[in-house]
Design a protein around this ligand. Sequence first.
Ligand code: BEZ
Length: 219
Amino acid sequence: MENETVTSAPACAGLRIGDTPPDFEARSTIGPVKLSAYRGRWLILFSHPADFTPVCTTEFVELSKQAADFAKRDCELMALSVDSLFSHFAWLRLIKERFDIEVRFPIVEDPTLVIGSAFGMVAPNDNDSATVRTTFFIDPEGVIRAMTCYPANVGRSIPEMLRTLDALQAIDKKDGLAPANWQVGDALLRSPTQDLDEVYKAADETEWFLREMPKGKRK
Ligand code: BEZ
């Protein structure tokens, strides 16, 4: 899969954390886009089931309201669905009229499902061709670092998308681990020791494997 340009792919080929997804070029609402052109920045690539649907509309309104928060983190957004470019335009026009919000991140058209299938965004046994709500967090080297998959009837949490991005960026910077409910400013954890002497010397029974990093320091 590495660095291939998508031409055709089996439905729901499935990508995993650590994979470099196949490159693609496609039409989008901001003009042609190429996945590999996003190298050097973080990218959140996400699919939505269909334009002109209620949950998707709320996601696009909220993502657009918080677009500057992603930009501050050097992270671009890119959406994708099976709808045509002109459907995307009509939906964005409606969102502007109704909510006074301009969606400025690209929405890719994927009417042949070639991209959605290669990325595992299309449920293989579904009767309809809609993509599920898949979200890929892709790092500046072009590697998938996290992914989520929500059903059509549950909208994503934008604060959780930002928190995941913050956690990925923090663990890279500090070489630490982000614990449950971690938020910016909280301590990261250190990796467990691999030295038996440190295990025996630890202050208590958990300190050798469950220990905070000193703030502001690498491990
Ligand atoms: C929605 O975005 O509201 C939606 C999309 C597809 C199926 C069901 C709901």
